[in-house]
Design a protein around this ligand. Sequence first.
Ligand SMILES: CC(C)(COP(=O)(O)OP(=O)(O)OC[C@H]1O[C@@H](n2cnc3c(N)ncnc32)[C@H](O)[C@@H]1OP(=O)(O)O)[C@@H](O)C(=O)NCCC(=O)NCCS
Length: 178
Amino acid sequence: MIKYTIQSNFSFGDISAINFINLGRDDLLEILKIRNDIRVAKWMFTDKEITQHEHFEFIKMLNMQTSKMYLAIKNSNQKILGVISLTNINLIDKSAYIGIYTNPNIDTSNGKLLMEIIKHISFTQIKLKKIFAQCLKGNNKALRFYKKEGFEKIRVVPGYTKKYNKLIDIVELVLTKD
Ligand SMILES: CC(C)(COP(=O)(O)OP(=O)(O)OC[C@H]1O[C@@H](n2cnc3c(N)ncnc32)[C@H](O)[C@@H]1OP(=O)(O)O)[C@@H](O)C(=O)NCCC(=O)NCCS
């Protein structure tokens, strides 16, 4: 059951959420471009550019596990609006960690739409009780966004990751299903 859900696509009217493992090569290459774009990469935990080889190996790995799902969100014109993920999916604790990034080449602000889809998949489809987010301390836009979406700050983990040769603190947040 969980393997089936983790490998599924979802649709919400005109909007579709397509699992990375079901995407074609062109879409996967576009996602790699978005993920490596400095406007997105700047806020990820590693500053290393992801190679095409690493990207395709990552997709292969996704096919073989049951605790992670990555989905591209597309509009009715098949444009990629952004990417969402659930990782460390734990069916005992009923929790997971989320990831989110919007396509920086699209002007409209799609964070809210992406978060609605994350909440639907987490709370309605997989029936989780809690979702966690981890955010670089200086990412004020994302922190403000999470707050608006109902997330609460749990703690700051000092020097959690290294970026541009500097140790950086991260903020951990949680959203509990009401
Ligand atoms: C974080 C992200 C998903 C938010 O989506 P979005 O569609 O841009 O969200 P919004 O447009 O609603 O912006 C969020 C809020 O931040 C505010 N904001 C914008 N730039 C800001 C800045 N530099 N500092 C503080 N707040 C900022 C916006 O005004 C908005 O608040 P408001 O609605 O009260 O005005 C998106 O910006 C993104 O993908 N960022 C890059 C990747 C990333 O950081 N992912 C999260 C990793 S933890």
